[in-house]
Design a protein around this ligand. Sequence first.
Ligand code: GUN
Ligand code: ZN
Length: 439
Amino acid sequence: MNPNAPQQLLRATVFHTPRNPFVSEAALEAFADGALLVGNGRVLACGDYAALHAQYPQAAIRDLRGGFLLPGLVDTHTHFPQIRILGSLGLGLLDWLHQCALPEEARLADEGYARAVAAEFVHGLAAHGTTTALVFGAHFQSATAALFETAAKSGLRVVSGLVVSDRLLRPELHQTPRAAYTASKELIRTFHGKGRLLYAVTPRFALSTTEGMLEMCQSLLREHPDVRFQTHVNESPREVAEVLKLFPWARDYLGVYERYGLVGARSVLAHNLHPNGDELKRLAVSQASISHCPCSNAALGSGWFPLRRHIESGVRVALGTDVGAGTGFGLMKEALQAYMLQRLAPEGFALGPAHLLYMATRAGAEALGLDDVIGDFQPGKAADFVYLRPEGNSPLAAVVARADNPARMLAALLTLAGAECVREVCVEGAPVFSRDSVQ
Ligand code: GUN
Ligand code: ZN
């Protein structure tokens, strides 16, 4: 680190969760008149403005009072080819896939179409304050490459991979395991570990993959020990029943992936609405993470997420937007939806603002094995942050003017702040998105 690099002191209300609120009482750190000291793309310090200003009088001050700084949001489940089908309401998972998602995904065979979609998608992430995302790529190598290239230009951290399937979708989305292996290897060689990009082996779900394809995924993970893994599990009752018919030897849905060594600390499995107790125990032991996607779960009517059982079993849980079954790119909206559904769910978990912020930031970093780099504002971490500012005359501005305690302010932010509040988004201290009127 260059000690002579310019240092900037960003003054605003600052929130982060350097600890896990599901296991630690004092997980939320909040500084009403706070500051973030940034230099060389890193967080150098985070705390009260007055103390930091006294300690670092040479740092240039950027006065963002009236606004909020949060760690960059981390989306652990989303599909880039599905941005144009957002809002296709009214169907359950399997009907939605066949009527809405898969016909659109087939269009990504056209590279020009895929590039346009990739640009829309990456912009959507940044404009909503998401700085890191685990993304389902496309079923086509060229389209998945287009996503990686667009992400690289944007400066965002993107973990993605070719979606592989060899049955029960549409023929144009199927690949043989051998072709999928060759394409995946080439994508890994070209993009994995390049700049802020990482690769994730991505079988769509057990229903669309034969044993040969899952074996191919196992080979990729063995040959590339630091790539990540993502798929879907236990999302809808109909899907679960079909999977158990196709893999009669499996004791449950998770058992299919376990048989091929696909469930470990670098695995993120989306949904898991219908697990049995043993699956939860095995997930905890494996240290795999579940991506909880409450907007998608409600929109598709997939079921209640048993968050309490996950937490009590020691399973890691982060948040995902699941574009396009979900309702958009906003992780703060997703956090609010998680809260709402837990209020209603049988044996729901009483989520507070610290849990919600953690699930939208640090938990995602942990799920991706990036918690030594991102997820909160501890010194030495990358300066990935979102600057939020309520629009004048908005309900959020009215609440903030009155809120007298930081946790209440954070709760109001999570309830009321939409994309219009996202003023600037930085990765390693450099803007990846900014709105015109930023101070
Ligand atoms: N299961 C398999 N594919 C998908 C998908 O695209 N979205 C969701 N929500 N579940 C899936
Ligand atoms: Zn999904």
